[in-house]
Design a protein around this ligand. Structure first.
Ligand code: GDP
Ligand code: MG
Length: 374
C-alpha cells in the first residue's frame, strides 16, 4: 500500500498490529502515538488498513490521501474525528498518516505503524481478506499480535492466530511480539495477572510457538496517561478512566530517575482528579502500564532489521500533495461549495466551515445549520 505514496517497501520497517475486532489495536497505536489519531470503535468500521509513518522533522500530523478518481491531497489532522471521516469516505482509496512519533524517535530507521482491520469472520469477510493480504506480502518487519484478556482464545482469535503463524512460518525476517491487552479489566480477586499470562502462553504454545514472551498492557491507560503528559484533549470517558486507573499505576518509591532530565522534560505539574503529580510520577505511571517495555522490544527488533537509514524528506510523499479542500479540512472556510466532494449539507453558523454531517462544526465546535437555510 505504501508504493502508492512513492515509498519503496524495502526501505521501511512495517510494524503491523493484528488482533480480532475490538481487542484494542487502534487504542494501542494511539498509546504509542500519545494521541488519539486512529478511530477507536466498538464496532467494525471499514476494511481499510491505516498506516502511520514516523517523521521526526514535523510538528503537524497530516493525512495523505489518494482518491478513487485519481486525485490526491493532504489534510491536517487537528481533531479526533478527522481520521474517522476520511476512513468512512468511500471515495478515498488509500491513506497515509504522517506524524512525529515521540516514543519511537531516534531510531535511525524508517518505520510505519499499520493498524490492520480486525478479523471477525462472521461479520465481514473483507476484514479477514485484507489482513491475509498484508500477511502474504510482508517480508520483514514486526507483527504485534494483541490478545484481548477478556476474550482469550475465542474462535475468531484461533482463526487469526493460525492465519498469522501459517503465513510467518517461512519468513524468518518477520518478528512477532505477543501483547496481552486490557489487563485493567481483569478482576484480580478472581484471576491473577500471572495466571492469565500462563493461560495465554499455553494457548499460543498449543499453536506450535516455543519460548513465548508476553507483554501485558493496558493500552487504554497508557494512552490516557500519555495524552495527559502531552497535553492532548480527552473525552469525558477517557478522563474518567485516567482518574480511576492512575492511582494504581502511580508509585512514589525513592528513585534517582526523578532527577533525570529525560523524566523532567516539560517540568510541569499535572492534576489528575484530586492528585497533583510531577512529570516524573506521570512518566513512571506510563511505564507501569507496560507500553514502554513493548517499545523497548520494538526498538531492539527494529535495530536488528537490515535496512539502510533514510529520511522521509527524500520521499516524494512530501511533494505534490495539495491541501485538500473538502468536508474534513479546516482550511475550508468559504461558502463556495463548488469544489466540495461528497454530500455537503451543513454549515457552521459561526465560522462558515462546511461540514458533511449533522453535528457540531469540525473547526470550531459551534452548531451547524442546514446549508439551504443560508
Ligand atoms: N479497559 C480497557 N479498554 C480498552 C483497552 N484497549 C482498548 N480498549 C477499548 O476497547 C474498545 C475497542 O478498542 P479499539 O482500539 O477500537 O479496538 P480495535 O478494533 O482492535 O482497533 C474501545 O472501546 C477501547 O476504549 C484497554 O487496555 N483497557
Ligand atoms: Mg480499530
Amino acid at each position: 500500500m505504501l508504493e502508492t505514496f512513492g515509498i519503496v517497501d524495502d526501505k521501511i520497517i512495517p510494524i503491523c498490529v493484528m488482533a480480532t475486532m475490538s481487542s484494542g489495536k487502534s487504542t494501542f497505536i494511539n498509546a504509542i502515538l500519545g494521541e488519539e489519531i486512529l478511530p477507536e470503535k466498538n464496532e467494525a468500521c471499514t476494511s481499510r488498513a491505516l498506516a502511520v509513518i514516523n517523521n521526526q522533522y514535523t510538528q503537524e500530523t497530516r493525512a495523505y490521501l489518494h482518491k478513487k478518481d485519481g486525485t490526491k491531497g493532504v489534510v491536517e489532522i487537528f481533531n479526533q474525528g478527522i481520521v474517522s471521516r476520511i476512513n468512512a469516505d468511500e471515495n478515498v482509496e488509500s491513506v497515509l498518516i504522517e506524524k512525529n512519533i515521540l516514543s519511537l524517535s531516534n531510531l535511525k530507521k524508517q518505520i510505519v505503524l499499520i493498524d490492520t482491520p480486525g478479523v471477525n469472520n462472521s461479520e465481514d469477510i473483507r476484514h479477514a481478506k485484507r489482513t491475509e493480504d498484508i500477511l502474504k506480502r510482508i517480508r520483514k518487519g514486526i507483527i504485534i499480535y494483541l490478545l484481548n484478556v477478556t476474550q482469550l482464545a475465542t474462535n475468531d482469535d484461533e482463526i487469526l492466530l493460525q492465519m498469522v503463524l501459517d503465513n510467518l512460518r517461512k519468513k524468518p525476517d518477520v518478528r512477532i511480539i505477543f501483547v496481552l491487552n486490557k489487563i485493567d479489566m481483569l478482576d484480580e480477586e478472581k484471576e491473577s495477572i500471572s495466571n492469565v499470562i500462563c493461560v495465554a502462553k499455553q494457548y499460543i504454545k498449543s499453536h506450535g510457538v516455543e519460548n513465548i514472551k508476553i507483554f501485558p498492557i493496558s493500552a487504554l491507560s497508557a494512552k490516557t496517561f500519555r495524552m495527559k503528559l502531552y497535553g492532548n484533549c480527552m473525552t469525558k470517558n477517557e478522563e474518567k478512566h485516567l482518574e480511576q486507573n492512575f492511582p494504581e499505576y502511580y508509585c512514589t518509591t525513592k528513585s534517582m530517575l526523578q532527577y533525570a532530565d529525560s523524566y523532567n522534560q516539560y517540568r510541569e505539574e499535572y492534576k489528575i482528579g484530586d492528585l497533583k503529580v510531577t512529570e516524573y510520577e506521570l512518566r513512571r505511571a506510563i511505564e507501569n502500564t507496560g507500553i514502554v517495555e513493548i517499545e523497548k522490544q520494538l526498538q531492539e527488533f527494529i535495530l536488528q532489521q537490515e535496512i539502510e537509514q533514510i529520511n522521509l524528506d527524500s520521499y516524494s510523499i512530501l511533494e505534490g500533495y495539495k491541501d485538500l479542500e473538502g468536508v474534513y479540512s479546516r482550511k475550508r472556510k468559504s461558502k463556495n461549495i463548488k469544489n466540495y466532494e461528497g454530500e455537503v449539507k451543513w454549515i457552521c453558523k459561526s465560522c462558515k466551515q462546511i461540514n458533511g454531517e449533522y453535528d457540531n462544526c469540525i473547526n470550531c465546535g459551534e452548531s451547524n445549520v442546514r446549508l439551504s437555510l443560508i
